[in-house]
Design a protein around this ligand. Structure first.
Ligand code: ATP
Ligand code: MG
Length: 341
């Protein structure tokens, strides 16, 4: 069977990269898969979060899923900390994953920065919790942005090592040889890595101190217009072909954003705007972005005004998620050799 799992951290400032790289894909995938979409609050606390803000952000991410078009009654929408099996399986996977594997994770190096001695242990072990998030549902497909590719590869390695280390026990318990399936990353389309509007070499990120670097899902039409008009570009007009676009990261980024919002590809954008001036293209990009994000923003505002409703969606999702996760965890305990209650 095919099952999609993915998560977004409630770390504030949901942005266009989160939408194009993840949330928009979540909506598309619900047509073909059973989907589990998680607000990963336990990941968020790997760096300090203000508790009052965290609660707000959890509901805001849930609202963004729903506002973008995820159907919370058909799919499972919940927050991670309500389903204890994530943490439970993460511990077992901490004991499967190797230090050497985690030492290679580039996101830890970036997020820990220079003061690595002072990073939380949780930030280091984060990829193991992410593997648990996916594997506890035995999910087969994981839509993420390009930046999560390395963590997905680690999850695959962990799944395989678990299956190998416990092969005899898996068989003795009458369970399938590939107890944990290999989760496939779904990283596709023209905006798998949306870059900062201020720096074509940096990914658009929630944590960038410059608000002008990103388009937030909560930005007004005026804010969107200002940020896109001020977005960094080179002095040349838009290219007339895809050749050399990779050497023009800012142009490549804006073309990718337009393509993703318009459901076309970079070639489609070049067919329409190639050879033209950026000032003109930017105006078209403003109009398109406002047209696509405006209704989502309005619906998010409506939803967050009724936290009781969001909390019911999350609670209902958690109950359905836990039913699946508990079954996996029971099997994992048998496989590992724990004595169950
Ligand atoms: P943080 O800085 O707190 O890590 P983030 O912007 O990276 O925030 P996450 O919650 O870590 O957001 O990621 C949620 C999803 O959005 C993931 O699938 C991730 O790959 C995707 N994503 C994040 N940034 C981008 C981006 N710039 N372009 C495309 N996808 C992105
Ligand atoms: Mg991230």
């Amino acid at each position: 069977s095919q099952r999609v799992f993915s998560g977004v951290q409630p770390t504030g400032n949901l942005h266009l990269g989160n939408y194009l790289g993840a949330i928009k894909r979540f909506v598309e995938l619900q047509e073909g898969y059973d989907c589990i979409y998680c607000v990963v609050d336990m990941h968020a606390i790997t760096v300090w979060q203000d508790p009052v803000e965290l609660k707000k952000s959890i509901r805001e991410v849930a609202a963004a899923f729903l506002a973008a078009g995820v159907d919370g009654s058909k799919q499972i929408v919940f927050n991670q900390s309500q389903v204890p099996q994530h943490a439970e399986l993460a511990w077992v996977l901490n004991c499967v994953a190797r230090l050497g594997w985690l030492n290679r994770m580039t996101q830890f190096k970036e997020k820990a920065g220079k003061d690595r001695e002072n990073a939380s242990v949780g930030l280091y072990a984060y990829p193991n919790l992410m593997a648990a998030d996916i594997l506890v549902y035995r999910a087969t497909h994981v839509p993420v942005g390009e930046d999560q590719k390395q963590h997905l590869e680690l999850a695959r390695d962990i799944a395989q090592k678990f299956n190998n280390d416990f092969a005899t026990s898996i068989a003795a318990n009458g369970l399938p040889e590939k107890f944990f399936p290999q989760p496939q990353p779904l990283i596709a389309g023209p905006a798998t890595r949306v870059m900062s509007l201020r720096d074509g070499a940096k990914k658009m990120s929630k944590s960038d101190p410059s608000d002008a670097s990103r388009i937030n899902l909560t930005d007004s039409a005026d804010q969107i217009a200002n940020k896109i008009r001020r977005a960094k570009t080179d002095p040349l007009p838009l290219p007339e072909s895809l050749d050399g676009l990779k050497e023009r990261p800012e142009a490549d980024n804006l073309i990718g954003i337009y393509a993703a919002l318009a459901d076309t590809d970079a070639q489609g954008v070049i067919d329409e705007f190639g050879g033209g001036q950026f000032s003109q293209f930017k105006q078209a990009l403003v109009d398109l972005t406002v047209a696509k994000l405006g209704p989502i923003n309005a619906e998010m505002t409506r939803l967050v005004a009724d936290p009781g409703h969001i909390d019911r969606v999350l609670g209902d999702g958690a109950a359905r998620a836990e039913a699946i996760a508990a079954e996996t965890m029971t099997a994992v305990k048998d496989i590992v050799g724990f004595v169950r209650r």
